[in-house]
Ligand binder design. Sequence first.
Ligand code: PLP
Length: 390
Amino acid sequence: MKVVYVDNNATTKVDEAVFEEMRPYFCELYGNPSSMHFFGGQVQKKIDEARKRTAAILGALPEEIIFTACGTESNNSALRSALEIFPEKRHIVTTRVEHPAVLTPCRNLSKRGYRVTELSVDVNGNLDLDELRAVVDEDTAIVSIMYANNETGVVFPIEEIGAIVKEKGALFHTDAVQAVGKIPMNMATSTVDMLSLSGHKLHAPKGVGALYLRKGVPFRPFMVGGHQERSRRAGTENTAGIIALGKACELAGEFLEEENTKVKALRDRLESEILHLIPNVRVNGGAAVRLPNTTSVAFEFVEGEAILLLLNEKGICASSGSACTSGSLEPSHVLRAMGVPFTCAHGSIRFSLSRFSTDDQISTIIREMPPVIQRLREMSPFGREFLQNK
Ligand code: PLP
């Protein structure tokens, strides 16, 4: 069976050029970059190159990049650092639609006495910037707002948000795990203080990420021990992973335009054909600015999990909500926050494409989707009622 992989917001294929770049750093060039000898030194040089490449995709300086193990670690580090820098400040602002890698640490902090404001979104997934303006105050240590949503692809106006946050003197962190490599960004002219990214979302392997930390912004490390990463993240470097991340960022920069033309055209075709062929379908966040690769489609009167199982039989790998909520029968917290009606939220499927997605794969999905939805609607009481009244 041919695999049609459209779950790239969960994780991506490692680009073969990335794999080739990292390969020598397992069995041949396995030195410790902190060692004094040449054998470690050559690895250090390669890490320096990876840092430059990672910085370049963000328009950042190499010394502003701290390598971490994943997006989750970058997010936790940013939050913890801000609270340690401003021990007198007890307020955190975030949104109801963040990934659990931000929401869970924030909710844990609220149990420890911090005041946490979770901003709401409207039916299109957009934030109300007046609400943000009203809640950030002198007590706010950090505002953490994602660049782009992993479920719907909705992109937040990060620079406008940052301008509001800066007026109030808080630190501004953005979880850009889904945005890096999909939309252009330039930290040199940005209001962002800290930004998280993750290798496995941009064709590098799992187990490597980075935290961008604006030069001059004070920082307290989450991981302490050795002096790696200028004492900002202790622990012997994941050398192969870091080298892979650097190469993946370089390639992501080269493919950025293709992401916004070819990949976007494939996503748009998938979306418009599904809307055309199947009744009672809507695109969650469809009216908002979105990532070029993501679509979250709500099929009324069917269960998302059931759709996924039938698609799975055809070799189509999609997702309902985020990887972290799959397995739960609750509709996703993102769609609930957007006020998507229960009957739609339950039947929502996310298709997320990549530069490896093909026209043929999209045609396969377009062919398989209508009979799958028809079959499931015939099986469900609400679906049958809907089909009879059509
Ligand atoms: N933030 C967002 C928006 C994500 O989509 C994800 C992963 O799905 C993460 C953070 C977590 O990243 P990682 O898997 O590298 O920890």
